[in-house]
Each structure stands twice: as C-alpha cells, then as structure tokens.
Design a protein around this ligand. Structure first.
Ligand SMILES: [Zn+2]
Length: 356
C-alpha cells in the first residue's frame, strides 16, 4: 500500500534557491517558458549563447517568421508573444520534422534528430538549468522526507529537483527509474549501472535532463552527483560527458532523452514505452493520490489514459482519496473527479503548507 505522487511543472515553480543572475526569472511553466527564455538569452552575451546552443540564430529567425516579427536572427521580442507555449512550439517542430522536412534537416550524426528540435531541446535544458541551478530545493527535500517505502512518483518534469531530493534522502537507487541504463556517471567517473531495489519508484514519463542516450552505440547513460548539485546541473546543461563505450560526445552521438509534450510524442523508443507500461503495472496497491502542480494540460492526454485504464482494470478505486496541491486547484479537482467519481478530494493551496 502506498501513495502515488503526481508532479507537474507547478511543483518545480516552488524552487527559490537558484543562483541565476538573470533578473525576474523562475522555473518555467508551459505558458511562460519563452518569456523566461527570452530574458535569459538577452541577459547573456549572444556570442557565448550561440556557441553553446547550436542553431539558436536560425531557431530565433524561424520563430520571428512564424509569428510575424520579421526575419531577425537575434531579436527575441517574439518570445514575449502570448500565443507561444512550450507545448505548441514543440508540437510545431516535431510535426514539421516528421511530415515536411524529414529528409533535409536531419543529421545522421545526431541519430537523425531534426536540427530545430535539437536546438529547442538545448534551449529547454539551458532555461531549466538557469532557473533551477543551486542548492537542493528545501521544499522538495521535505516532500522526499514524506515519501515512504512503496510510494510511487509520476514526475512529468524534465528537471531533477525531486530526483536530487530523493537521492539525497537515500530513498531511490539507480534503478528507481525503471529505465535501462548501461552506465552511471557519479562525480567524475562512470560505473556500470547497479540494479538494486529502490524503496521509492520514480517514473519520469517525459524523460529527464540527466538521461542521455548514445545514438552511435545505443548505450543509455545516467548522470548523478549527490555531493555537488551545481556540478551536476552544469554537466546536464553542457552535456559535457562522453559515452564511456564509444567516446561519443554532444556533437556526435549523445542525445537527451526528452519526450516532447506533444501529439508527436515518440513512443517508438523502447525504453520510454517500457517506462509507461511499468508505471501502469506498479500502481496496483496505491491507496492515495497526491497531485502537486499538475493541471491536466490538454496535451497530457496519456496520463489521463493511464489513470482511467487503472480504474477500468480495478487497480485503482474510484473512491481513492486525492489531495491536490495547487494554488488554483478547481480545474484539476474537476478533472480528477471525472476519473474518480466517488473520491474525497482535498485541496491544499501550496507545497509549503502541504509539507509543513
Ligand atoms: Zn556510445
């Protein structure tokens, strides 16, 4: 018997210990991602940014042209446009790469990944790291303290706030993710990933910034560093590790394991597909759901599919108690109620009061 924690982007918004020098930025949500990205790009010297995010100039030009802002490669005013959400832009580029320019913009060196998607993933990593690089989050630490053996975390976020808190508390092991990893990088050296029972299981259903795949030799790499969180954030931002098997680096072979929050989701990756199946199979004894900062985006339809399938298979009761931690919980409450119609739903306004 355990608790199922569901974490959405609103949960990461609680991080306030960032070391960022960029004024007015915080961990992004779907709706403010590009506004925050624009502030970060404008704050730093363009030359250094162009060096670290390949293709950013062409990406900015595409965005300007798509939304009617001319064709500048450096002006990021378009990023303030309210029409832009992370999901819609990811959707656009994934659909375009599958349906329009699949033959002209993909590089075999990057495992066939479309150039703009690679740039967007790099921008995503830079923005998440910029807004969350610092000491481990105090509120996530307390949340990890509440997790007991047998509990399950479904984490929809790419960032590693909860991972760091659970590793630090000794509540997860390298095999907690239900992903096949061949090597783990801790501190400065690799070791073959150890398969050992994890007290808490964490399913990162959209992938994770610290998961890397080598498209040259097909190894999966896990990046960790409990002692020096800032070094880990920098490493995942710069993808500064090399594949221990074949020596590939970020320009030739290494790729982030990120699932787009989009209709174009790539469930053809066998590791990610197994992850969803394992998340489904692990939920049989859950007695309570706690949903933190998760708001049922229309494009997160498959998470709702998981919950509904668990009800249909009688693995989750329609009476299961649900706690919603969200400053604006009315929307999520009615969505949970539509799945668990006999459930008693409790609403808590903030993560700080939930973990108090
Ligand atoms: Zn390799």
């Amino acid at each position: 018997m355990g608790v199922l924690y569901i974490l959405g982007a609103g949960c990461s918004k609680n991080y306030h210990q960032s070391k960022s020098n960029v004024p007015g930025v915080s961990p992004p949500l779907n709706g403010d991602f590009f506004k925050i990205a624009g502030k970060i790009i404008d704050h730093y010297d363009w030359a250094s940014f162009f060096g670290s995010i390949i293709g950013l100039d062409h990406f900015v030009r595409d965005m300007n042209e798509l939304f009617g802002y001319g064709n500048s490669e450096t002006d990021t005013k378009v990023f303030d446009d309210d029409r832009l959400t992370l999901e819609s832009v990811m959707n656009y580029f994934y659909a375009r790469s599958k349906l329009i320019d699949y033959d002209s913009f993909s590089s075999p060196l990057f495992g066939g990944q479309h150039h703009r998607i690679r740039t967007l993933n790099e921008l995503l990593a830079h923005v998440l790291v910029e807004t969350m690089m610092g000491d481990n989050c105090e509120l996530h630490r307390r949340l990890a303290g509440l997790c007991n053996r047998g509990d399950i975390v479904w984490n929809m976020n790419y960032d590693i706030l909860m991972d760091n808190a659970l590793f630090e508390a000794g509540k997860i092991t390298e095999s907690a993710y239900s992903m096949r990893f061949d090597y783990t990088l801790t501190h400065n050296s690799y070791h073959p990933t150890v398969d050992s029972a994890s007290p808490v299981k964490i399913f990162k259903l959209h992938g994770s910034l610290n998961w890397v795949q080598c498209t040259i030799c097909d190894r999966n790499l896990l990046l960790r560093d409990e002692r020096f969180p800032i070094r880990l954030w920098k490493r995942i931002r710069d993808l500064s590790a090399e594949c221990p098997k074949c020596g590939s680096g970020r320009y030739h072979g290494l790729e982030r394991l990120i699932v787009p929050p989009a209709a174009a989701k790539e469930f053809d990756n066998v590791g990610i597909r197994y992850l969803w199946k394992a998340a489904f199979d692990t939920c049989k004894n859950v007695e309570k759901i706690v949903s933190i900062g998760f708001s049922f985006s229309p494009l997160d339809y498959e998470l709702e599919m998981l919950l509904r399938s668990l009800v249909e298979r009688h693995a989750l009761s329609t009476k299961i108690p649900v706690t919603i931690v969200n400053p604006d919980g009315a929307g999520p409450a009615s969505r949970f109620h539509s799945i668990f119609d006999k459930s008693k739903i409790i609403r808590v306004r903030s993560l700080a009061s939930f973990v108090k």
